[in-house]
Design a protein around this ligand. Structure first.
Ligand code: TXA
Ligand code: MG
Length: 338
Protein backbone atom coordinates (compact mmCIF):
# COMPACT_ATOMS: atom_id res chain seq x y z
CA UNK A 1 0.00 0.00 0.00
CA UNK A 2 1.23 3.47 -0.79
CA UNK A 3 2.18 5.62 2.16
CA UNK A 4 0.65 9.08 2.09
CA UNK A 5 2.81 11.20 4.29
CA UNK A 6 2.27 14.72 5.46
CA UNK A 7 5.33 16.84 6.03
CA UNK A 8 5.63 18.47 9.44
CA UNK A 9 5.10 22.25 9.58
CA UNK A 10 8.82 22.64 10.35
CA UNK A 11 9.84 20.64 7.24
CA UNK A 12 7.52 22.70 5.06
CA UNK A 13 8.75 25.97 6.59
CA UNK A 14 12.38 24.97 5.95
CA UNK A 15 11.58 24.02 2.35
CA UNK A 16 9.66 27.25 1.74
CA UNK A 17 12.53 29.30 3.14
CA UNK A 18 14.97 27.46 0.85
CA UNK A 19 12.77 28.20 -2.18
CA UNK A 20 12.58 31.89 -1.18
CA UNK A 21 16.39 31.91 -0.84
CA UNK A 22 16.73 30.63 -4.40
CA UNK A 23 17.68 27.07 -3.38
CA UNK A 24 16.40 23.77 -4.75
CA UNK A 25 13.91 21.51 -2.96
CA UNK A 26 13.02 17.99 -4.09
CA UNK A 27 9.46 16.97 -3.33
CA UNK A 28 7.10 14.07 -4.03
CA UNK A 29 4.23 14.21 -6.49
CA UNK A 30 1.77 11.45 -7.36
CA UNK A 31 3.81 10.75 -10.54
CA UNK A 32 7.53 11.03 -9.71
CA UNK A 33 9.69 13.23 -7.45
CA UNK A 34 10.29 16.75 -8.72
CA UNK A 35 13.34 19.00 -8.34
CA UNK A 36 11.80 22.36 -7.51
CA UNK A 37 12.83 26.00 -7.62
CA UNK A 38 10.98 29.31 -7.36
CA UNK A 39 9.58 29.67 -10.88
CA UNK A 40 9.86 33.49 -10.67
CA UNK A 41 13.60 33.35 -9.92
CA UNK A 42 15.63 32.61 -13.08
CA UNK A 43 18.89 32.14 -11.13
CA UNK A 44 17.20 29.50 -8.98
CA UNK A 45 15.72 27.74 -12.02
CA UNK A 46 19.18 27.71 -13.61
CA UNK A 47 20.39 25.65 -10.65
CA UNK A 48 17.92 22.93 -11.68
CA UNK A 49 19.59 22.61 -15.07
CA UNK A 50 23.05 22.52 -13.46
CA UNK A 51 22.05 19.89 -10.88
CA UNK A 52 20.48 17.66 -13.55
CA UNK A 53 23.08 18.28 -16.25
CA UNK A 54 20.14 19.15 -18.51
CA UNK A 55 20.41 21.42 -21.57
CA UNK A 56 18.50 24.67 -21.13
CA UNK A 57 16.64 24.05 -24.38
CA UNK A 58 14.52 21.53 -22.44
CA UNK A 59 11.78 23.55 -20.75
CA UNK A 60 10.37 22.73 -17.31
CA UNK A 61 6.90 22.38 -15.85
CA UNK A 62 5.46 25.05 -13.54
CA UNK A 63 3.55 23.47 -10.64
CA UNK A 64 0.63 25.31 -9.04
CA UNK A 65 -1.58 24.35 -6.12
CA UNK A 66 -4.76 25.59 -7.77
CA UNK A 67 -5.97 26.15 -11.35
CA UNK A 68 -7.18 29.61 -10.35
CA UNK A 69 -3.56 30.83 -10.58
CA UNK A 70 -3.27 29.67 -14.19
CA UNK A 71 -3.74 33.20 -15.54
CA UNK A 72 -0.57 34.33 -13.73
CA UNK A 73 1.40 32.07 -16.10
CA UNK A 74 -0.74 31.64 -19.20
CA UNK A 75 -2.16 34.41 -21.42
CA UNK A 76 -4.95 32.41 -23.00
CA UNK A 77 -6.74 29.28 -21.82
CA UNK A 78 -8.47 27.59 -24.79
CA UNK A 79 -11.90 26.08 -24.05
CA UNK A 80 -10.66 22.47 -24.21
CA UNK A 81 -7.85 23.30 -21.74
CA UNK A 82 -10.33 24.77 -19.27
CA UNK A 83 -12.47 21.63 -19.53
CA UNK A 84 -9.45 19.36 -19.03
CA UNK A 85 -8.33 21.38 -16.00
CA UNK A 86 -11.80 21.06 -14.53
CA UNK A 87 -11.82 17.30 -15.09
CA UNK A 88 -8.23 16.24 -14.26
CA UNK A 89 -6.69 18.83 -11.91
CA UNK A 90 -5.32 18.28 -9.40
CA UNK A 91 -3.77 15.25 -11.05
CA UNK A 92 -1.20 13.73 -13.42
CA UNK A 93 -1.88 16.00 -16.42
CA UNK A 94 0.44 18.72 -17.77
CA UNK A 95 -0.82 21.27 -20.29
CA UNK A 96 1.40 23.28 -22.63
CA UNK A 97 -0.25 26.68 -23.08
CA UNK A 98 0.59 30.16 -24.47
CA UNK A 99 2.79 31.80 -21.88
CA UNK A 100 2.04 35.08 -20.13
CA UNK A 101 4.37 38.00 -20.97
CA UNK A 102 6.24 37.92 -17.63
CA UNK A 103 7.12 34.21 -17.73
CA UNK A 104 10.89 33.90 -17.92
CA UNK A 105 12.62 32.28 -20.93
CA UNK A 106 14.52 29.85 -18.70
CA UNK A 107 11.21 28.08 -17.94
CA UNK A 108 10.16 27.80 -21.55
CA UNK A 109 13.44 27.28 -23.39
CA UNK A 110 12.58 30.53 -25.20
CA UNK A 111 9.35 29.08 -26.61
CA UNK A 112 6.07 30.95 -26.60
CA UNK A 113 4.46 28.27 -24.44
CA UNK A 114 4.72 27.20 -20.83
CA UNK A 115 3.91 23.79 -19.34
CA UNK A 116 1.68 23.86 -16.24
CA UNK A 117 0.48 21.17 -13.84
CA UNK A 118 -1.51 21.08 -10.60
CA UNK A 119 -0.27 17.98 -8.73
CA UNK A 120 -2.58 16.04 -6.42
CA UNK A 121 -0.01 14.76 -3.91
CA UNK A 122 -0.79 16.05 -0.44
CA UNK A 123 2.80 17.05 0.34
CA UNK A 124 3.25 18.82 -3.01
CA UNK A 125 0.02 20.69 -2.32
CA UNK A 126 1.17 21.63 1.19
CA UNK A 127 4.48 22.92 -0.16
CA UNK A 128 2.91 24.91 -3.00
CA UNK A 129 0.29 26.49 -0.75
CA UNK A 130 2.83 27.43 1.92
CA UNK A 131 5.18 28.83 -0.73
CA UNK A 132 2.36 30.79 -2.34
CA UNK A 133 3.70 30.72 -5.90
CA UNK A 134 4.67 28.54 -8.83
CA UNK A 135 7.38 25.92 -8.43
CA UNK A 136 9.34 24.97 -11.55
CA UNK A 137 10.17 21.27 -11.40
CA UNK A 138 11.40 18.59 -13.76
CA UNK A 139 11.79 15.03 -12.52
CA UNK A 140 14.55 14.90 -9.88
CA UNK A 141 16.99 12.69 -11.82
CA UNK A 142 20.19 13.34 -13.76
CA UNK A 143 19.42 14.22 -17.36
CA UNK A 144 18.35 11.19 -19.42
CA UNK A 145 18.25 8.82 -16.44
CA UNK A 146 15.52 6.95 -14.59
CA UNK A 147 13.01 9.16 -12.81
CA UNK A 148 12.95 8.89 -9.00
CA UNK A 149 9.87 7.42 -7.33
CA UNK A 150 11.27 7.39 -3.77
CA UNK A 151 13.18 9.98 -1.74
CA UNK A 152 16.28 7.76 -1.66
CA UNK A 153 16.34 7.67 -5.48
CA UNK A 154 16.65 11.48 -5.46
CA UNK A 155 19.66 11.17 -3.16
CA UNK A 156 21.21 8.55 -5.45
CA UNK A 157 20.66 10.75 -8.49
CA UNK A 158 21.57 14.18 -7.21
CA UNK A 159 23.50 13.74 -3.95
CA UNK A 160 24.51 16.99 -2.30
CA UNK A 161 23.28 19.11 -5.21
CA UNK A 162 19.92 19.17 -3.47
CA UNK A 163 19.90 20.10 0.20
CA UNK A 164 16.27 19.35 1.00
CA UNK A 165 14.35 16.25 -0.08
CA UNK A 166 10.82 16.04 1.31
CA UNK A 167 10.09 12.35 1.83
CA UNK A 168 6.57 11.36 0.82
CA UNK A 169 7.29 7.65 0.47
CA UNK A 170 6.66 5.93 -2.85
CA UNK A 171 4.96 7.86 -5.63
CA UNK A 172 1.51 6.45 -6.21
CA UNK A 173 1.63 6.39 -10.04
CA UNK A 174 5.36 6.08 -10.69
CA UNK A 175 5.34 7.41 -14.29
CA UNK A 176 5.52 11.06 -15.33
CA UNK A 177 2.37 13.05 -16.11
CA UNK A 178 0.49 12.99 -19.39
CA UNK A 179 1.49 16.06 -21.43
CA UNK A 180 -0.79 17.71 -23.96
CA UNK A 181 -0.40 20.76 -26.14
CA UNK A 182 -2.92 22.96 -27.97
CA UNK A 183 -2.44 23.93 -31.61
CA UNK A 184 -5.23 26.19 -32.80
CA UNK A 185 -8.34 24.04 -32.45
CA UNK A 186 -6.33 20.82 -32.11
CA UNK A 187 -5.18 19.00 -29.02
CA UNK A 188 -2.00 16.91 -29.19
CA UNK A 189 -0.72 14.23 -26.84
CA UNK A 190 3.03 14.79 -26.35
CA UNK A 191 3.67 12.22 -23.62
CA UNK A 192 1.31 9.43 -22.52
CA UNK A 193 0.68 9.06 -18.80
CA UNK A 194 -1.89 8.02 -16.22
CA UNK A 195 -4.54 10.28 -17.75
CA UNK A 196 -5.15 8.20 -20.87
CA UNK A 197 -5.73 9.29 -24.46
CA UNK A 198 -9.25 7.84 -24.18
CA UNK A 199 -10.01 9.95 -21.11
CA UNK A 200 -8.78 13.09 -22.89
CA UNK A 201 -10.83 12.28 -25.99
CA UNK A 202 -13.93 12.00 -23.81
CA UNK A 203 -13.48 15.64 -22.81
CA UNK A 204 -12.11 17.25 -26.01
CA UNK A 205 -13.25 15.00 -28.86
CA UNK A 206 -10.32 14.52 -31.27
CA UNK A 207 -6.74 14.05 -30.12
CA UNK A 208 -3.58 14.09 -32.22
CA UNK A 209 -0.98 11.69 -30.93
CA UNK A 210 2.80 11.99 -31.02
CA UNK A 211 5.26 14.79 -30.77
CA UNK A 212 6.54 16.91 -33.61
CA UNK A 213 9.82 15.08 -33.82
CA UNK A 214 11.70 18.00 -35.30
CA UNK A 215 11.38 19.77 -31.96
CA UNK A 216 14.20 18.92 -29.55
CA UNK A 217 12.09 20.29 -26.72
CA UNK A 218 9.51 17.62 -26.62
CA UNK A 219 9.72 14.93 -23.93
CA UNK A 220 11.87 11.98 -24.82
CA UNK A 221 12.61 13.20 -28.34
CA UNK A 222 16.32 12.94 -27.61
CA UNK A 223 17.59 9.47 -28.60
CA UNK A 224 17.67 8.00 -25.15
CA UNK A 225 15.75 9.00 -22.06
CA UNK A 226 14.44 7.47 -18.83
CA UNK A 227 17.44 5.12 -19.13
CA UNK A 228 19.32 2.72 -16.92
CA UNK A 229 23.11 2.66 -17.42
CA UNK A 230 23.13 -1.02 -18.36
CA UNK A 231 22.30 -1.55 -22.06
CA UNK A 232 18.63 -2.42 -22.33
CA UNK A 233 16.60 -4.09 -25.08
CA UNK A 234 12.97 -4.98 -25.59
CA UNK A 235 12.32 -8.60 -26.54
CA UNK A 236 9.14 -9.91 -28.23
CA UNK A 237 6.92 -11.22 -25.46
CA UNK A 238 6.97 -14.93 -26.41
CA UNK A 239 10.77 -15.01 -26.80
CA UNK A 240 11.86 -13.73 -23.43
CA UNK A 241 12.85 -17.14 -22.03
CA UNK A 242 14.84 -18.22 -25.07
CA UNK A 243 16.47 -14.80 -25.30
CA UNK A 244 17.43 -14.89 -21.63
CA UNK A 245 18.96 -18.35 -22.17
CA UNK A 246 20.86 -17.28 -25.31
CA UNK A 247 22.10 -14.02 -23.87
CA UNK A 248 23.37 -15.64 -20.67
CA UNK A 249 25.29 -18.38 -22.47
CA UNK A 250 28.90 -18.64 -21.36
CA UNK A 251 28.09 -17.12 -17.99
CA UNK A 252 27.15 -13.59 -19.10
CA UNK A 253 25.00 -12.09 -16.40
CA UNK A 254 21.63 -10.93 -17.71
CA UNK A 255 18.75 -9.07 -16.05
CA UNK A 256 15.14 -9.62 -17.14
CA UNK A 257 12.06 -7.50 -16.52
CA UNK A 258 9.03 -9.65 -17.38
CA UNK A 259 5.31 -9.88 -16.71
CA UNK A 260 5.52 -13.46 -15.46
CA UNK A 261 7.86 -15.96 -13.86
CA UNK A 262 10.44 -17.72 -16.08
CA UNK A 263 9.31 -20.98 -17.70
CA UNK A 264 12.38 -22.63 -16.23
CA UNK A 265 15.18 -21.52 -13.94
CA UNK A 266 17.97 -19.73 -15.82
CA UNK A 267 21.46 -19.66 -14.39
CA UNK A 268 23.12 -16.20 -14.51
CA UNK A 269 19.75 -14.49 -15.00
CA UNK A 270 18.27 -12.04 -12.50
CA UNK A 271 14.56 -12.21 -13.27
CA UNK A 272 11.99 -9.68 -12.00
CA UNK A 273 8.32 -10.54 -12.47
CA UNK A 274 6.58 -7.15 -12.58
CA UNK A 275 3.15 -8.72 -13.14
CA UNK A 276 0.39 -8.23 -15.70
CA UNK A 277 -1.39 -5.25 -14.19
CA UNK A 278 -0.34 -2.00 -15.88
CA UNK A 279 -0.98 0.17 -12.78
CA UNK A 280 1.29 -1.95 -10.60
CA UNK A 281 3.85 -2.45 -13.38
CA UNK A 282 4.02 1.32 -13.95
CA UNK A 283 4.20 2.05 -10.23
CA UNK A 284 7.21 -0.25 -9.89
CA UNK A 285 8.88 0.35 -13.27
CA UNK A 286 11.62 2.82 -12.37
CA UNK A 287 12.40 1.12 -9.04
CA UNK A 288 12.65 -2.24 -10.85
CA UNK A 289 14.96 -0.83 -13.52
CA UNK A 290 17.09 0.78 -10.81
CA UNK A 291 17.37 -2.58 -9.03
CA UNK A 292 18.29 -4.39 -12.25
CA UNK A 293 20.77 -1.65 -13.14
CA UNK A 294 22.60 -2.40 -9.88
CA UNK A 295 22.53 -6.19 -10.37
CA UNK A 296 25.95 -6.19 -12.10
CA UNK A 297 24.48 -7.55 -15.33
CA UNK A 298 25.81 -6.87 -18.78
CA UNK A 299 22.38 -6.40 -20.25
CA UNK A 300 18.76 -5.80 -19.28
CA UNK A 301 16.14 -7.63 -21.36
CA UNK A 302 12.57 -6.36 -21.11
CA UNK A 303 9.67 -8.56 -22.15
CA UNK A 304 7.56 -6.47 -24.54
CA UNK A 305 4.30 -5.23 -23.01
CA UNK A 306 0.79 -5.77 -24.41
CA UNK A 307 -0.39 -3.51 -27.25
CA UNK A 308 -3.45 -2.10 -25.50
CA UNK A 309 -3.77 1.53 -24.43
CA UNK A 310 -3.44 0.84 -20.71
CA UNK A 311 0.24 0.08 -21.38
CA UNK A 312 0.88 3.17 -23.56
CA UNK A 313 2.80 5.20 -20.96
CA UNK A 314 4.86 2.17 -19.97
CA UNK A 315 5.64 1.27 -23.61
CA UNK A 316 6.65 4.89 -24.27
CA UNK A 317 9.14 4.94 -21.36
CA UNK A 318 10.52 1.50 -22.22
CA UNK A 319 11.02 2.43 -25.86
CA UNK A 320 12.96 5.55 -24.93
CA UNK A 321 14.94 3.75 -22.23
CA UNK A 322 15.97 1.06 -24.72
CA UNK A 323 16.77 3.34 -27.63
CA UNK A 324 20.32 3.97 -28.71
CA UNK A 325 21.96 0.91 -27.27
CA UNK A 326 21.46 -2.72 -28.19
CA UNK A 327 19.14 -4.24 -30.74
CA UNK A 328 18.14 -7.86 -30.74
CA UNK A 329 17.02 -9.64 -33.84
CA UNK A 330 14.62 -12.51 -33.43
CA UNK A 331 17.25 -15.13 -34.18
CA UNK A 332 18.77 -14.23 -30.83
CA UNK A 333 21.86 -12.58 -32.29
CA UNK A 334 22.69 -9.19 -30.88
CA UNK A 335 23.90 -6.16 -32.73
CA UNK A 336 25.14 -2.94 -31.23
CA UNK A 337 23.50 -0.08 -33.04
CA UNK A 338 25.66 2.81 -34.24
O1 TXA B 1 4.99 14.04 -13.75
C1 TXA B 1 5.68 14.97 -14.16
O2 TXA B 1 5.38 15.63 -15.15
C2 TXA B 1 6.97 15.29 -13.37
C3 TXA B 1 6.56 15.84 -11.99
C4 TXA B 1 7.75 16.29 -11.18
O3 TXA B 1 5.62 16.86 -12.14
N1 TXA B 1 7.76 16.24 -14.08
C5 TXA B 1 8.42 15.90 -15.22
O4 TXA B 1 9.20 16.92 -15.71
O5 TXA B 1 8.35 14.81 -15.72
P1 TXA B 1 10.30 16.68 -16.85
O6 TXA B 1 10.98 18.00 -17.00
O7 TXA B 1 11.14 15.55 -16.48
O8 TXA B 1 9.46 16.40 -18.11
C6 TXA B 1 8.65 17.44 -18.63
C7 TXA B 1 8.71 17.43 -20.12
C8 TXA B 1 10.10 17.74 -20.65
O9 TXA B 1 10.56 16.66 -21.41
C9 TXA B 1 9.92 18.96 -21.52
O10 TXA B 1 10.55 18.77 -22.76
C10 TXA B 1 8.41 19.04 -21.70
O11 TXA B 1 7.86 18.45 -20.57
N2 TXA B 1 7.99 20.43 -21.75
C11 TXA B 1 8.06 21.36 -20.79
N3 TXA B 1 7.65 22.56 -21.24
C12 TXA B 1 7.29 22.39 -22.52
C13 TXA B 1 6.81 23.25 -23.55
N4 TXA B 1 6.61 24.56 -23.32
N5 TXA B 1 6.57 22.70 -24.76
C14 TXA B 1 6.79 21.38 -25.00
N6 TXA B 1 7.25 20.52 -24.09
C15 TXA B 1 7.51 21.02 -22.86
MG1 MG C 1 12.25 13.88 -16.70
Amino acid sequence: MVRVVRATPVEIETAVQALRDGELVAFPTETVYGLGANARNPAAVRKIFEAKGRPTTHPVIVHLDNPRFLHHWVRDVPGPAARLAERFWPGPLTMVLPRAANVHDILTGGQDTVAVRVPAHQMAQQLLTAFGGGIAAPSANRYGRLSPTRAEHVREELGEAVRIVLDGGECQIGLESTIIAFEGQEVRLLRPGAVSAAQIREVVGGLLVGAHLESPRVPGSTPSHYSPQTPMSIVPSGQIDTQAATSSEGGRRVAVLAQRLPLKAHKYVTWVNAGRRPEQYGHDLYANLRTLDKAACQQILVQDVPPDERWDAIRDRLTHAASGNIDIDTTGAMAVLP
